[in-house]
Design a protein around this ligand. Structure first.
Ligand code: FAD
Length: 481
């Protein structure tokens, strides 16, 4: 649909140096960085809230804000998380003395802090505005067409940043992209011994000989929060699967339960109690007696396909009540639990990724590779929620403190004024299983916003800017790269 909408554009149009499409944590950092550089910046967001999965999806753990040895990645990651923690402590009930960063981030506070910082930096925000289409000229994106409550609008910019998570601008404009796994995705896992479940399921040996198909994507989930939980007891079960006999649950009792056979609770022949994600998976929240639950899982969903997305929403939303009923009925720590809230959008882990000048590989991440043009760092484990749904999570912790992300992985291979940040940077399926984490998304956000502003001022193509100058600015702005 590249350019198709342009015939319908009438009088509404605007001009910017940098246009950031998608206001998740990555896009917000891109907009803040670009505007602080002095570039005329706009942030386009289809919902009415900033933060994407971090707020709408109530994904509360902000992970990979530090290297594995605890050294902060600095820059906007530190600035934002420090403020989120301090405000969460002040405004949200918090009984987690001495808890880690991710334990005490409130999504409501994340929403406020991002809004405050984007505005303070001087970027314009267009809420309830959806990217629809683009116009291109030679090797450049000339404009994008957006839709808001008043109709269509054309936005011209010198540089564009795709922070939609799904690489929607990349895909629509005809730039090169990939979706999900590659045929040889799991080779890097086999040669490094990362082809095992990294949880405590005791599943030893190679778990991945089935994944040789292209385009497999990690499953979708919706986070939700329960109050009234005996959090100490519940936490003891974290990341564990359950077997018949545990808590006196018999196969007969379970078979008679009203959700048995539905919503991911389908019985198999083994002695495991079926659960959508195969395990209890909870994280702490800012509230006493409340836990965030990440136990839903729907496989085979493409979050960048309209019909599939709707199917995913329906199935995941239905799972929530079944999971709550399961926990209340069978697990003593949840006997008095009550449902507080759930994410207002489906949690999508993986869809499309831009193909950049360099594709960061699983081996680069696992080997903790360093790059001369490093503009961000990742420290999270390779965390592949099994696209086939048979295993819980595949991968493992990095052997060193971090891996580098090169500048070439945030610039498009196709258009000279197109950047990506966050979930859709240029990486393979395995590297993506680590780069998709919020701390890393924020770093690539800050780098892409800074680079796009620089390219705008200097009238240069993305690949024509001086990367050592970019790195110096990022380091001066506190980034540990
Ligand atoms: C279930 C689940 C659990 C996770 N657990 C963790 C965890 O423990 N720790 C961690 O750090 N990370 C975790 N993650 C990963 C992390 O939350 C995301 O990968 C990360 O937040 C992605 O950030 P982003 O800014 O790239 O994209 P998103 O958060 O997806 O933001 C994209 C933004 O673009 C907007 N948008 C989309 N389309 C359009 C359009 N057409 N026009 C305008 N705007 C548009 C969206 O509304 C959204 O605001 C988890 C993810 C999921 C789904």
């Amino acid at each position: 649909m590249n350019g198709n909408c342009v015939n319908y554009i009438v009088e509404r149009s605007e001009k910017y140096d940098v246009c950031v499409v998608g206001g998740g944590v990555a896009g917000c950092c891109a907009a803040i960085a670009s505007a602080r550089m002095g570039a005329k910046t706009v942030l386009i967001e289809s919902s009415g809230v900033l933060g994407g999965q971090g707020t709408l999806g109530i994904v509360t753990p902000i992970s990979a804000t530090n290297a594995r040895n605890g050294v902060s990645f600095g820059g906007l990651v530190k600035e934002i998380t420090d403020e989120v923690i301090s405000m969460s402590k002040k405004y949200c009930t918090c009984d987690q003395n001495g808890a880690d960063v991710w334990d005490i981030a409130s999504p409501h506070i994340v929403k406020y802090v991002l809004l405050d910082k984007v505005q303070d930096a001087g970027a314009d925000i267009m809420f309830h505005t959806s990217f629809l289409s683009s116009t291109t000229e030679n090797d450049r994106i000339e404009s994008i067409i957006v839709h808001d409550v008043n109709g269509l609008k054309q936005i011209f910019a010198k540089n564009f940043i795709d922070s939609t998570g799904d690489a929607l601008l990349v895909c629509e404009s005809g730039a090169e992209f990939v979706k999900g796994s590659e045929e040889d995705s799991y080779d890097s896992l086999r040669v490094t011994g990362f082809d095992k479940t990294h949880d405590d399921s005791g599943q030893e040996g190679s778990v991945y000989n089935s994944c040789t198909k292209n385009g497999l994507m990690q499953p979708v989930s919706i986070f939700f929060v329960l109050g009234g939980v005996d959090t100490e007891e519940a936490y003891k079960l974290n990341n564990k699967e359950l077997h018949f006999g545990d808590f006196g649950i018999t196969r007969e009792k379970f078979s008679a339960w009203k959700f048995c056979g539905t919503c991911g609770f389908e019985l198999s022949d083994d002695d495991k109690i079926p659960m959508p994600q195969g395990r209890i998976l909870v994280t702490k929240t800012t509230r006493k007696g409340a836990l965030a639950v990440n136990m839903s899982r729907v496989i085979g969903i493409d979050g960048s396909d309209a019909d599939s997305l709707s199917t995913g929403e329906i199935l995941a939303q239905k799972q929530i009540i079944a999971i709550i009923d399961f926990l209340k009925t069978f697990i003593p720590a949840f006997k008095n639990a009550y449902y507080i809230h759930s994410g207002s959008t489906l949690g999508i882990r993986e869809t499309n990724r831009m193909v950049g000048k360099y594709v960061l590989t699983g081996l680069d991440a696992i080997n903790c590779r360093e790059f001369d043009d490093c503009i961000a760092r990742g420290s999270y484990m390779i965390d592949i929620h099994d696209p086939n749904g048979k295993k819980r999570a595949i991968g493992g912790h990095l052997p060193k403190n971090y891996y580098d992300i090169p500048y070439r992985s945030i610039i498009s291979n196709t258009y000279s004024n197109l950047f990506a940040c966050g979930r859709c940077i240029s990486s393979d399926h395995v590297a993506h299983a680590s780069t998709r984490i919020m701390g890393t998304c924020m770093m690539t956000g800050q780098s892409s916003g800074t680079a796009a502003a620089l390219a705008s001022f200097q009238n240069k193509k993305s690949y024509g800017i001086d990367v050592s100058e970019l790195r110096k600015i990022l380091i001066d702005n506190g980034m540990y790269i």
